[in-house]
Design a protein around this ligand. Structure first.
Ligand code: ADP
Ligand code: MG
Length: 398
């Protein structure tokens, strides 16, 4: 099957349209929604586990997105429903929302209501029905898509004076404090602020953003996403352990965050650290921040093919120093590169999820076939391969 066929069928980015989501809302709640909002998933081109170290990241939004049909309420009731989960409507009261109360999927949109209210914004209830084409647990930020779609809808309906970047921060607070996942700021910012045809160069320290043109077809290239179908579970403690290790490294080095350590200072810094594990984590973070700078420079110079080897280098660092890869991600990267890709790496939190592959357009099919064969030979489920087209960030649809 060709990559384009897979894009059209396997992980269709289209899914239900705004009209369908609105009519499902009507059936569920018995009235028209006030509007429909969309927020995308993302892949990260380079800069992994760097955001919570106040470093640099470079995500792009996917065409896959969450759609939320929403109406405001004035009686303090919050009703939530996902077409993808099914089951009964979850009914909560906005003044009784409790962080980490284990509300399952509903904690993501409920957490956004909680975060808005906790920062002083008057949100007096909502009816929400949502659906998403972002594969869940695949490292593509289905959680951020839900949060940002909810946050944007509530901002518009309650006329809150919040920028897209501020909505991203509130969505992150929802995930950190309400759901209980210690993620950085990348996923929510990508979903809120990415623009079509660009990667987003984000400085996670001061949150400055630069949109960098990323027109792969103009260079005869494609960026593929390979979903290994191995579900990651960021909540399982491994992510938090890496985060704690990085924080310990910064403490031992006497800096606020690992962002303060430059590549030139790295050899000395490594000598100062007592734990071999922390040393490896620090090496990853400092070197991946440098890789983001290198990719930004290559893109600015139009040397897009040269980005490939930097991705593969980043994968080696995630595999060997941070140790957040897995057999399927390593196989995807090795197979893609052996089959002629320019470069590849795992993307997102790792331990499963997805890899990205930068490839000459005419080799995309060959690489995809090689991936399918390699996974079959290993006895693994077939990976889902689709193209990452840099897409728009969150917006109101109707
Ligand atoms: P990722 O963000 O990488 O996909 P996470 O573990 O951060 O993985 O978030 C996945 C969780 O987000 C799911 O387990 C579910 O609770 C929630 N979620 C994502 N998409 C949907 C959806 N369409 N409907 C309901 N819940 C969803
Ligand atoms: Mg997530």
């Amino acid at each position: 099957m060709r990559v384009s066929d897979v894009t059209a069928s396997g992980v269709a980015s289209g899914g239900a349209g705004a009209g369908e989501v609105a009519s499902a809302f009507r059936e569920l709640y018995g009235s028209e929604p006030d509007g429909v909002w969309a927020a995308p998933g993302r892949v990260n081109l380079i800069g992994e586990y760097t955001d919570f170290n106040e470093g640099f990241v470079m995500p792009l939004a996917l065409p896959h997105r969450a759609l939320a049909a929403v109406s405001r309420r004035t009686d303090g009731v919050l009703r939530l429903h996902s077409a993808d989960i099914g089951g009964p409507v979850v009914e909560l009261r906005v003044d009784e929302l409790e962080p980490r109360s284990g509300a399952g999927w509903a904690a993501y949109p409920a957490g956004v209501v909680w975060a808005l209210r906790a920062s002083g914004h008057e949100v007096t209830g909502a009816d929400i029905h949502l659906t998403s084409t972002v594969p869940t647990g695949a490292g593509l930020s289905s959680s951020a898509a839900l949060e940002v779609a909810t946050a944007l809808a509530l901002r518009d309906l309650y006329e809150l004076p919040l920028s897209m970047a501020e909505l991203a921060e509130l969505s992150q607070q929802a995930e950190n404090s309400f759901v209980g996942v210690p993620c950085g700021i990348m996923d929510q910012t990508a979903s809120a602020c990415c623009t079509e045809g660009h990667v987003l160069h984000l400085d996670a320290r001061d949150l400055t953003q630069h949109q960098i043109p990323f027109d792969l077809p103009a260079h005869g290239l494609r960026l593929l996403v390979v979903d290994t179908r191995v579900k990651h579970a960021l909540g399982d403690g491994a992510y938090a352990e890496r985060r704690a290790g990085c924080e310990r490294g910064a403490r031992e080095l006497g800096v606020r965050t690992l962002r303060e350590v430059s590549p030139a200072q790295l050899p000395d810094a490594l000598r100062e650290l007592s734990s071999p594990t922390v040393r490896d984590y620090v090496r990853h973070v400092v070197s991946d921040n440098e890789r983001v700078a290198r990719v930004a420079a290559l893109l600015a110079a139009g040397e897009v093919r040269e980005v490939g080897p930097v991705l593969t280098e980043g994968h080696a660092s995630l595999r060997d120093d941070l140790r957040v890869s897995c057999a399927e991600l390593d196989a995807a990267v090795e197979t893609a590169v052996s089959a002629g890709a320019l470069g590849a790496r795992m993307t997102g939190g790792g331990f499963g999820g997805s890899a990205i592959v930068l490839v000459e357009a005419e080799l995309a099919e060959v690489v995809e076939k090689a991936l399918t064969s390699a996974f079959a030979l290993a006895g693994w489920a077939a990976p889902r391969v689709f193209e990452a087209t840099p897409s728009a960030g969150a917006r109101r649809v109707t």
